[in-house]
Design a protein around this ligand. Sequence first.
Ligand SMILES: [Zn+2]
Length: 248
Amino acid sequence: MEWRSAGGIRWLEAELPGARAAFSTRLGGASSSPFESLNLGILTEDDRDAVVENRHRLAASLGLAPERIAIGRQVHGAELKTHEARQEPSPFSEPGGDIPEVDGHVTSEPSLPLLVFVADCLPVAMAGPGGIAMLHCGWRGLAAGIVKRGAEAVAATSAAIGPGIGPCCYEVGEDVRTAFADLGDVFPAEGMLDLAGVARLLLEDAGVTEIEAAELCTSCNTELFFSHRRDAARTGRQAGLVWRNGEA
Ligand SMILES: [Zn+2]
Protein backbone atom coordinates (compact mmCIF):
# COMPACT_ATOMS: atom_id res chain seq x y z
CA MET A 1 0.00 0.00 0.00
CA GLU A 2 1.37 3.43 -0.92
CA TRP A 3 0.63 7.00 0.05
CA ARG A 4 -0.58 9.12 -2.86
CA SER A 5 -1.68 12.73 -3.10
CA ALA A 6 -3.21 15.11 -5.61
CA GLY A 7 -4.92 18.48 -5.29
CA GLY A 8 -4.43 18.60 -1.51
CA ILE A 9 -6.12 15.20 -1.09
CA ARG A 10 -4.09 12.37 0.44
CA TRP A 11 -4.94 8.68 0.31
CA LEU A 12 -3.52 5.17 0.58
CA GLU A 13 -3.60 3.16 -2.62
CA ALA A 14 -3.36 -0.60 -3.09
CA GLU A 15 -2.98 -2.68 -6.22
CA LEU A 16 -5.28 -5.65 -6.73
CA PRO A 17 -5.45 -7.94 -9.78
CA GLY A 18 -6.93 -5.76 -12.52
CA ALA A 19 -8.07 -3.17 -10.01
CA ARG A 20 -7.03 -0.44 -7.59
CA ALA A 21 -8.23 0.35 -4.09
CA ALA A 22 -8.00 3.71 -2.33
CA PHE A 23 -8.51 4.66 1.30
CA SER A 24 -9.11 8.36 1.90
CA THR A 25 -7.93 10.53 4.79
CA ARG A 26 -9.52 13.62 6.32
CA LEU A 27 -7.04 15.91 4.52
CA GLY A 28 -7.81 18.37 1.74
CA GLY A 29 -11.54 18.97 2.16
CA ALA A 30 -13.90 21.91 2.61
CA SER A 31 -15.58 21.01 5.92
CA SER A 32 -14.86 22.72 9.23
CA SER A 33 -14.42 21.21 12.70
CA PRO A 34 -15.41 18.61 13.85
CA PHE A 35 -15.74 17.48 10.23
CA GLU A 36 -12.43 19.00 9.18
CA SER A 37 -11.93 18.58 6.46
CA LEU A 38 -12.62 15.86 3.86
CA ASN A 39 -15.85 14.54 5.39
CA LEU A 40 -17.63 12.33 2.87
CA GLY A 41 -20.63 11.35 5.00
CA ILE A 42 -23.93 13.12 4.40
CA LEU A 43 -25.56 11.46 7.43
CA THR A 44 -23.60 13.69 9.80
CA GLU A 45 -24.37 17.20 11.02
CA ASP A 46 -21.97 18.61 8.45
CA ASP A 47 -23.01 21.11 5.78
CA ARG A 48 -24.42 19.25 2.78
CA ASP A 49 -22.72 21.47 0.21
CA ALA A 50 -19.34 20.91 1.87
CA VAL A 51 -19.83 17.13 1.79
CA VAL A 52 -20.77 17.22 -1.90
CA GLU A 53 -17.73 19.40 -2.61
CA ASN A 54 -15.53 16.93 -0.71
CA ARG A 55 -16.92 13.97 -2.65
CA HIS A 56 -16.21 15.72 -5.94
CA ARG A 57 -12.69 16.66 -4.84
CA LEU A 58 -11.90 13.06 -3.91
CA ALA A 59 -13.27 11.68 -7.17
CA ALA A 60 -11.27 14.25 -9.17
CA SER A 61 -8.06 13.38 -7.33
CA LEU A 62 -8.59 9.68 -8.02
CA GLY A 63 -9.49 10.31 -11.65
CA LEU A 64 -12.99 8.88 -11.22
CA ALA A 65 -16.34 10.20 -12.47
CA PRO A 66 -18.28 11.02 -9.27
CA GLU A 67 -21.70 10.18 -10.76
CA ARG A 68 -20.54 6.62 -11.44
CA ILE A 69 -19.45 5.85 -7.86
CA ALA A 70 -21.82 3.35 -6.22
CA ILE A 71 -22.73 3.67 -2.54
CA GLY A 72 -25.29 2.38 -0.04
CA ARG A 73 -26.83 3.28 3.29
CA GLN A 74 -24.80 1.15 5.66
CA VAL A 75 -26.62 -0.81 8.34
CA HIS A 76 -23.93 -3.08 9.85
CA GLY A 77 -25.31 -6.11 8.03
CA ALA A 78 -23.92 -8.63 5.57
CA GLU A 79 -26.06 -7.88 2.52
CA LEU A 80 -24.39 -7.18 -0.82
CA LYS A 81 -25.61 -5.18 -3.79
CA THR A 82 -24.48 -6.28 -7.23
CA HIS A 83 -24.22 -3.30 -9.56
CA GLU A 84 -24.74 -3.77 -13.28
CA ALA A 85 -25.23 -0.09 -14.11
CA ARG A 86 -24.66 3.27 -12.48
CA GLN A 87 -27.09 4.45 -9.81
CA GLU A 88 -29.45 7.16 -11.12
CA PRO A 89 -29.76 9.77 -9.81
CA SER A 90 -26.30 9.44 -8.34
CA PRO A 91 -26.52 9.21 -4.54
CA PHE A 92 -22.79 9.98 -4.31
CA SER A 93 -22.62 13.13 -6.40
CA GLU A 94 -26.20 14.35 -5.80
CA PRO A 95 -27.23 12.93 -2.41
CA GLY A 96 -30.84 12.93 -1.28
CA GLY A 97 -32.55 10.14 -3.21
CA ASP A 98 -33.11 6.52 -2.32
CA ILE A 99 -30.13 4.27 -1.91
CA PRO A 100 -29.95 0.55 -1.12
CA GLU A 101 -29.42 -0.46 2.52
CA VAL A 102 -26.30 -2.59 2.13
CA ASP A 103 -22.81 -2.84 3.56
CA GLY A 104 -21.17 -4.46 0.58
CA HIS A 105 -20.96 -3.72 -3.14
CA VAL A 106 -19.99 -6.02 -5.99
CA THR A 107 -19.51 -5.49 -9.69
CA SER A 108 -17.98 -7.15 -12.68
CA GLU A 109 -18.85 -4.20 -14.89
CA PRO A 110 -16.36 -1.66 -16.16
CA SER A 111 -16.54 1.97 -15.02
CA LEU A 112 -18.37 1.39 -11.75
CA PRO A 113 -16.22 2.33 -8.75
CA LEU A 114 -17.57 1.04 -5.42
CA LEU A 115 -17.35 3.04 -2.18
CA VAL A 116 -18.04 2.49 1.52
CA PHE A 117 -17.97 5.11 4.29
CA VAL A 118 -16.01 4.41 7.47
CA ALA A 119 -14.84 6.00 10.73
CA ASP A 120 -13.33 3.09 12.74
CA CYS A 121 -14.99 0.21 10.86
CA LEU A 122 -12.74 -1.40 8.25
CA PRO A 123 -13.06 -0.81 4.53
CA VAL A 124 -12.13 -4.08 2.78
CA ALA A 125 -11.55 -4.18 -0.99
CA MET A 126 -11.38 -7.45 -2.92
CA ALA A 127 -10.73 -8.60 -6.45
CA GLY A 128 -10.86 -11.88 -8.30
CA PRO A 129 -11.91 -13.40 -11.61
CA GLY A 130 -15.56 -12.62 -10.78
CA GLY A 131 -15.02 -8.89 -10.34
CA ILE A 132 -14.44 -6.49 -7.48
CA ALA A 133 -16.06 -5.96 -4.08
CA MET A 134 -15.96 -3.22 -1.45
CA LEU A 135 -17.16 -4.03 2.06
CA HIS A 136 -17.95 -1.99 5.17
CA CYS A 137 -16.78 -4.20 8.01
CA GLY A 138 -17.64 -3.50 11.61
CA TRP A 139 -17.73 -6.36 14.08
CA ARG A 140 -21.41 -7.04 13.38
CA GLY A 141 -20.92 -7.36 9.64
CA LEU A 142 -17.84 -9.52 10.13
CA ALA A 143 -19.73 -11.78 12.56
CA ALA A 144 -22.66 -11.96 10.11
CA GLY A 145 -20.41 -13.29 7.32
CA ILE A 146 -19.95 -10.33 4.99
CA VAL A 147 -16.35 -11.29 4.15
CA LYS A 148 -17.28 -14.80 3.01
CA ARG A 149 -20.17 -13.46 0.94
CA GLY A 150 -18.01 -10.85 -0.73
CA ALA A 151 -15.20 -13.30 -1.42
CA GLU A 152 -17.58 -15.84 -2.96
CA ALA A 153 -19.29 -13.21 -5.10
CA VAL A 154 -16.09 -12.30 -6.94
CA ALA A 155 -14.02 -15.48 -6.39
CA ALA A 156 -11.61 -13.20 -4.55
CA THR A 157 -7.91 -13.98 -4.63
CA SER A 158 -6.64 -10.65 -3.26
CA ALA A 159 -7.80 -8.14 -0.69
CA ALA A 160 -6.75 -4.82 0.82
CA ILE A 161 -7.78 -3.89 4.37
CA GLY A 162 -7.88 -0.14 4.95
CA PRO A 163 -7.42 1.89 8.12
CA GLY A 164 -9.75 1.16 11.04
CA ILE A 165 -9.75 1.19 14.80
CA GLY A 166 -6.70 -0.71 15.98
CA PRO A 167 -6.15 -3.32 18.68
CA CYS A 168 -4.60 -0.46 20.71
CA CYS A 169 -7.95 1.35 21.00
CA TYR A 170 -10.77 -1.12 20.35
CA GLU A 171 -12.09 -2.18 23.74
CA VAL A 172 -15.07 -4.50 23.35
CA GLY A 173 -17.65 -6.21 25.53
CA GLU A 174 -18.44 -9.84 26.17
CA ASP A 175 -20.89 -10.02 23.22
CA VAL A 176 -18.16 -9.12 20.76
CA ARG A 177 -15.60 -11.44 22.35
CA THR A 178 -18.12 -14.29 22.18
CA ALA A 179 -18.77 -13.63 18.48
CA PHE A 180 -15.12 -14.30 17.60
CA ALA A 181 -14.15 -16.74 20.37
CA ASP A 182 -13.64 -19.61 17.91
CA LEU A 183 -11.64 -17.62 15.40
CA GLY A 184 -8.19 -17.67 16.97
CA ASP A 185 -5.84 -15.12 18.44
CA VAL A 186 -7.68 -11.86 17.82
CA PHE A 187 -7.56 -10.58 21.41
CA PRO A 188 -4.18 -8.88 21.89
CA ALA A 189 -4.99 -7.83 25.45
CA GLU A 190 -7.76 -8.21 27.99
CA GLY A 191 -10.94 -6.71 26.56
CA MET A 192 -9.31 -5.56 23.31
CA LEU A 193 -10.14 -6.79 19.80
CA ASP A 194 -7.93 -6.82 16.71
CA LEU A 195 -10.61 -6.06 14.12
CA ALA A 196 -8.19 -6.18 11.19
CA GLY A 197 -6.91 -9.50 12.51
CA VAL A 198 -10.49 -10.80 12.44
CA ALA A 199 -10.90 -9.61 8.85
CA ARG A 200 -7.61 -11.21 7.83
CA LEU A 201 -8.54 -14.60 9.32
CA LEU A 202 -11.97 -14.49 7.68
CA LEU A 203 -10.38 -13.62 4.34
CA GLU A 204 -7.98 -16.55 4.67
CA ASP A 205 -10.88 -18.85 5.57
CA ALA A 206 -12.62 -17.65 2.39
CA GLY A 207 -9.62 -18.64 0.26
CA VAL A 208 -8.12 -15.18 -0.25
CA THR A 209 -4.37 -15.67 -0.47
CA GLU A 210 -3.00 -12.18 -1.13
CA ILE A 211 -3.88 -9.80 1.70
CA GLU A 212 -2.38 -6.43 2.50
CA ALA A 213 -3.42 -4.16 5.35
CA ALA A 214 -2.90 -0.46 6.13
CA GLU A 215 -2.27 -1.24 9.81
CA LEU A 216 -3.15 2.31 10.77
CA CYS A 217 -5.43 3.02 13.73
CA THR A 218 -8.13 5.61 13.00
CA SER A 219 -8.40 6.49 16.70
CA CYS A 220 -4.65 7.01 17.24
CA ASN A 221 -4.08 8.99 14.03
CA THR A 222 -6.16 12.08 14.75
CA GLU A 223 -4.53 14.18 12.04
CA LEU A 224 -5.31 11.63 9.33
CA PHE A 225 -8.61 9.98 10.16
CA PHE A 226 -12.07 10.45 11.56
CA SER A 227 -12.84 8.12 14.47
CA HIS A 228 -16.39 7.52 15.64
CA ARG A 229 -15.28 6.24 19.03
CA ARG A 230 -12.54 8.81 19.70
CA ASP A 231 -14.78 11.72 18.73
CA ALA A 232 -17.85 10.40 20.57
CA ALA A 233 -19.84 9.95 17.35
CA ARG A 234 -19.61 13.63 16.29
CA THR A 235 -17.19 13.20 13.44
CA GLY A 236 -16.88 12.77 9.69
CA ARG A 237 -16.43 9.77 7.42
CA GLN A 238 -13.55 8.70 5.23
CA ALA A 239 -13.96 6.11 2.50
CA GLY A 240 -12.67 2.96 0.92
CA LEU A 241 -13.02 2.58 -2.85
CA VAL A 242 -12.20 -0.03 -5.44
CA TRP A 243 -12.33 0.23 -9.22
CA ARG A 244 -11.02 -1.62 -12.21
CA ASN A 245 -7.82 -0.43 -13.86
CA GLY A 246 -7.96 1.92 -16.80
CA GLU A 247 -11.56 2.87 -16.21
CA ALA A 248 -13.03 6.05 -14.84
ZN1 LIG B 1 -5.20 3.09 18.37
